[in-house]
Write a protein that binds this ligand. Sequence first.
Ligand code: GDP
Length: 527
Amino acid sequence: MDLSPEIEKRKTFAIISHPDAGKTTLTEKFLLFGGAINTAGAIKRNKANQNTTSDFMEIEKQRGISVATSVMGFEYRGKRINILDTPGHKDFAEDTYRTLSAVDSVILVVDSVKGVEEQTEKLMQVCRMRNTPVIIFINKMDREGKDAFDLLDEIENKLSISLCPLSWPIGQGYTFKGVYNRYHKELNLFEASKTKVAESIVKVNNLDDEAIAEHLKESDIKQLKNDLELVEGIYGDVDKELYLEGLLAPVFFGSAINNFGVRELLDTFIDIAPSPKSREAEERDVKASDSKFTGFVFKIHANLDPNHRDRIAFLRICSGKFERNTFYYHTRLKKKLKFANPMDFMANEKSLVETAYPGDVVGLYDSGNFKIGDTLTEGEQLQFKGIPSFSPEIFKELENRDPFKTKQLEKGIQQLTEEGVAQLFIQQPGNRKLVGAVGELQFEVISFRLEHEYGAKAAFRMLNYRKSSWVTSTNKNQLTDMERRRASNIAYDKEGNTVFLAENDWVINLAKQDFPEVSFHTTSEFK
Ligand code: GDP
């Protein structure tokens, strides 16, 4: 069967941003355009900016129940759009990085007032690692932000990527009127609307059209013409190939909350964003059009309802056709599994899925078979690449506070780290359990969940390590020598790989000097 029409239809992407730049608002507007929701405010705010763990866990609980917000699928202009949600809080950056392994492109939202922020840069680095095509949306143009040309310079410099603006703002802040669509060479002026899809009040293809004069002052029109001439001279036309290679980012301006510039973004996105392509596995490249089904798990969502201990594993389909109630081969466990109730996600609802295609994400009920990165096939031994663990920055030793619940603690910490909540390392002597994370909130989540889901009581003791690297060497003796002589800096991850933990860069550099044939890697994917 020719899968190409189904593959071509699909656009699977994530909207990412530094918190508060407008990711959620933009997602909502997309869903409104897609008719997937009727009014803004329908999407649960996926935010953990609350300061107490209980507030945070309350949000997680709600999310646990409506896991559909993890993937939002809808149809728009004949395409099937899958938006993968990512947590905004920086303590959950790892979750975001993993989700980015499952998308074909991203839309990066930048706040026009704040410009490029810390998370913007980090997220861009992750996109660059995989050459993910990026479109940039400069949001909040209704506020007195930075000048459009200055913003482009700042983004180009800080994110080290070439840009090409495909829309251009008319006015800014209080005088912001809308955007000119450079890609389709047309002007749409809208009435601001916070809750519904805005009706275009004027649409022209020629800037000398008289109809504009009713809505824009002559000085605005003149300014726009000047700007466009300048933009044309500096940036020219968009090179789609460079965009698809991740070397050039088309830029759109707008105001998500007022629905300005959003349709321009969405319509162009539909035209130029990539459909599912091939993916790298350790054994070979897997083409989306391969007839045999393959897919990998990039996220595991715990069900926080204690009566239903199931978890949901999110599977990204990479090739072939996924079908309900069919046996698939779990390549790590080397066993066959079938799924009676796989879930499909359309906007805010989930439903039973019978078949799914490359680019789609299905939710699989899991009682403990999956961990992040697991691959399913029709029988081939295959392992997808590109879902590494990143080296944590905070390390704590896990201490058992209730000796009668040792088994529960053991099981809990194994399962939680398999879900990717944090990373587990073992240190000798004494099989000490070290938990590594990017943010403090991750530890709070672990303590809370160990207690509430597993009935175990744990405490964490802060350790001095701030850096970690996976270490390998072709010179086995040297590696063994290092493990022996630097024992207090050595730990092992769950796969038994050797990890070097360091208090600071100086300690790592010294080790590099002393053991020149040992390689240090900042992600777990070094084979
Ligand atoms: P997220 O953290 O990136 O998901 O950001 P949100 O979508 O929650 O937006 C953060 C804040 O910015 C909210 O108070 C929004 O109402 C506001 N916001 C979003 N888009 C715009 C916009 O275009 N203009 C203005 N002025 N505010 C906006």
